[in-house]
Design a protein around this ligand. Structure first.
Ligand code: COA
Length: 707
């Protein structure tokens, strides 16, 4: 089937793009549009042209697969798109872009090269290239400011958020919002403008502002970008390209855009972000799970345990419009939970995230209860009680007794064995882990842990549920800590070891923060509560091998009552606003312990800190992959980006390793193994891939082919 269709009704020609699912500008599409245009220009009967997308959308942008190919060293070119843009704008007959669905990236750029743009009210328009580590490369940084002014263009290109049709009309991108059938309305519009000289966006300068106002707008957005998009280069390149639009004639501005675009396309940040785009879509596809497995309908939910996690999870359901029962065993616990929910909603209203009316609606969906009454109607029940196996088993036995036959029985455990929990029920096939991350209503990750007996239907239902809850669901296998927390342990271990070796917490955290992590590992532990790890450590003490070094400082802090933020002290001291500062007692304790245990004091450079913490993470990730606990390296990357604050523009830990080169990582792991022993034994898969000159991405692909 051809990618572009040409037709004519009366004096108006219609060019329809037919490249499902999203009409990306894949090879052949720009060429097809150009061909259609030439046909229309050559036809003396045609007075105007409409460009429209077939199916659910206008053009959702360049074909991101093409970027991936370029990243892998294959040839690719923007030339056909650039030629099309010139052809469109130079057309002697007016071209009207008729927009529904999304006009994103190259899609908006094509629309802006047309002479007019009309859209349905639900259309979305934007330049989201920064989300792929790129800037608009189809003259968007030059045409957009000419249509909407410099400040708005900066906002759209630097932050990448799309805008709705109404805003686009007000801003000057759209000429009209149409009602009824889009094509008919666009044809009627084209007939109306057919005899006017076609206006060229590139020829406009009226909105390009004056140097003083532009300098101020640029300075403001640069500051915001450095904060909100810390570490990323593409937003800064987008600013430079738009600045060029204000200073250079159109063609020269386009040239500058091309140079900046090429630099972005060659960057590791773009490789990482394109990887993440596809990874986010891959995680929902589970090998071996038939497409014919239908998810169960989910109308009502129930949560057991009104602590921090339980009440957060209840909010997640309410936020998605799902009524939820919230049960606890004591009135005081329930009141505490409901109060924290109310405070949370009140804060959201205060911050303008949603209206009071919205907050009231959400709150009304949460019903506190001390009994299991009503649980028989719940389609999904989430257990979120204290992290203790005996307690969880007891709760599951109780849930089993009341739940309806096809309910999803989920545990929010972050470390415990799902199979053992499931054994407390008569229906282990219905039991699954739904590991939310704290704060549950904020963090986007949902680790979906499948047990030995979990049915495909329950897995598919959980993935669907994740989407409804606006979470990214990643399916993982069952082991202590699953994927996220099992990897987090060696990462934190190294951070604590580094402090024990004389490196202050703020130096360790700073290195990782500057790398791009949302928070350093020690600050994260203070936030989560050091007592959590302390308790787990005591429970698993019997598994520790004599003579092997384990992190000790966190336990020593706990013995002093330093549990982290909640007690005002942990690895840091916290003031009443929870602002951290160094705590002198921490390094004292570290030194005393090191002297007693014979740990040499070795100051580490930021680079060494990064290598110690991140390579420990990667080595464990490789082990999880080989064990099949993580299905693919992309699953690990998405878990770390959405659950642990790993910067997306680094691609996630496994993609980051690929970009460094596995050989380099492996060599360093071997060196650490020589220096520190036991914990650093190289994962056999890392060794194998490094020696083959391969990558985790290639491993994913070879596994997918083998399936
Ligand atoms: N190029 C190539 N493939 C694309 C694509 C693009 N620009 N946009 C979407 N796709 C693919 C997705 O990979 C997915 O493929 P899959 O079904 O094989 O996994 C499919 O189209 C559907 O996309 P999905 O994101 O699942 O659909 P959605 O309806 O939730 O969202 C969009 C649609 C267009 C909003 C969203 O896909 C999007 O934001 N795309 C990127 C747009 C962009 O960045 N354009 C600028 C490129 S420079």
């Amino acid at each position: 089937m051809s990618l572009v269709r040409y037709s004519r009704s009366g004096a108006v020609a219609t060019i329809t793009i037919d490249n499902p699912p999203v009409n990306a500008l894949s090879p052949g599409v720009p060429e097809g549009i150009s061909e259609g245009l030439q046909k229309a220009i050559a036809d003396p009967e045609v007075v105007a042209v409409v460009l429209i997308g077939g199916g659910r959308t206008f053009i959702a942008g360049a074909d991101i697969q093409e970027f991936r190919k370029i990243h892998q060293g294959q040839a690719g070119s923007l030339k056909p798109l650039l030629r099309l843009l010139t052809d469109l704008e130079e057309s002697p007959k007016p071209v009207v872009a008729a927009i529904h669905g999304t006009a994103l990236g190259g899609g908006l750029e094509v629309a802006m090269a047309c002479h007019y743009r009309v859209a349905v009210a639900s259309a979305q328009l934007g330049q989201p290239e920064v989300k792929l580590g790129l800037i608009p490369g189809g003259e968007g940084t030059q045409r957009l400011p000419r249509l909407v002014g410099v400040a708005k263009a900066l906002e759209m290109c630097v932050f990448g958020e799309p805008i709705g049709a109404k805003e686009a009309l007000q801003a000057g991108i759209l000429d009209e919002i149409v009602e009824g059938e889009l094509l008919d309305a666009a044809v009627a519009y084209a007939q109306r403008v057919a005899h006017l000289p076609p206006p060229k966006t590139s020829a406009r300068t009226d909105k390009l502002g004056d140097p003083e106002a532009n300098a101020a707008a640029i300075a403001t957005v640069r500051e915001a970008a450095q904060k909100r998009m810390r570490g990323q280069t593409a937003p800064l390149a987008a600013i430079e390209a738009i600045e060029a639009a204000t200073k250079l004639p159109f063609r020269e501005g386009c040239q500058r855009e091309q140079e900046l675009f090429a630099a972005c396309l060659a960057s590791d940040q773009s490789k990482a972000l394109v990887h993440v785009f596809f990874a986010e879509r891959t995680v929902g596809k589970i090998p071996g799970l038939g497409r014919d497995v239908q998810p169960l309908a989910l109308h009502r939910a129930a949560v057991v345990g009104a602590g921090t996690m339980g009440s957060g999870i209840a909010m997640v359901y309410a936020n998605a419009g799902i009524p939820v029962l919230l049960k606890d065993s004591t009135e005081s616990a329930l009141t505490r939970g409901m109060n924290s929910i109310r405070t949370n909603y009140a804060n959201s209203v205060k911050k303008g995230r949603f209206s009071q009316q919205d907050a009231d609606k959400r709150l009304a969906l949460i019903t506190p209860t001390l009994s299991y009454d009503g649980f028989e109607q719940a389609d999904v029940i989430v257990e979120a009680v204290f992290e203790n196996m005996a307690l969880k088993k007891q709760v599951f036995a109780e849930i089993d007794a009341v739940a309806k036959p096809d309910a999803v029985l989920a545990s929010n455990t972050s470390t415990l064995n799902i199979d053992e929990i499931a054994s407390a029920t008569q229906r282990p096939e219905s039991v699954i882990g739904h590991h939310f991350f704290s704060p549950a209503h904020v963090m986007r990750l949902l680790e979906i842990v499948r047990g030995r007996a979990t049915s495909d239907r329950i897995i598919v239902t959980s993935l669907e549920l994740a989407k409804r809850l606006r979470k990214v669901g990643v399916v993982v296998g069952n082991c202590r800590g699953f994927v996220g927390n099992r990897m987090f342990a060696p990462y934190c271990r190294e951070a604590i070891f580094l402090v024990e070796e004389g490196n202050p917490p703020e130096q360790v955290d700073q290195a990782l923060y500057e790398f791009g992590m949302a928070m350093g590992p020690l600050a994260v532990q203070d936030l989560a509560g050091l007592d959590v790890g302390w308790r787990i450590r005591k429970e698993f003490k019997h598994t520790e091998i004599p003579g092997i070094r384990y992190p000790e400082l966190d336990s020593l802090l706990c013995e002093q009552g330093f549990f982290g933020q909640k007690t005002g002290a942990g690895f840091y001291r916290y003031d009443e606003n929870r602002k951290p500062s160094p705590h002198p007692r921490v390094m004292e304790l570290a030194r005393e312990y090191a002297a007693k245990a014979g740990i040499p004091q070795t100051p580490a450079t930021p680079q060494e800190i990064l290598e110690r913490c991140l390579y420990a993470l990667i080595n464990e990730g490789a082990a999880l992959l080989a064990e099949g606990i993580a299905l693919r390296s992309v699953d690990i990357d998405i878990i770390y980006i959405h659950g642990y604050g790993f910067p997306a523009w680094r691609g996630g830990p496994m993609k980051y390793a690929d970009l460094l080169g596995l050989d380099r990582v492996y060599q360093k792991v071997c060196e650490f193994y020589g220096r520190f022993g036991y914990h650093w034994r190289p994962a056999p898969l890392l060794e194998q891939l490094a020696k083959e000159g391969s990558s985790f991405s290639a491993y994913d692909q070879s596994k997918a082919k083998g399936q």
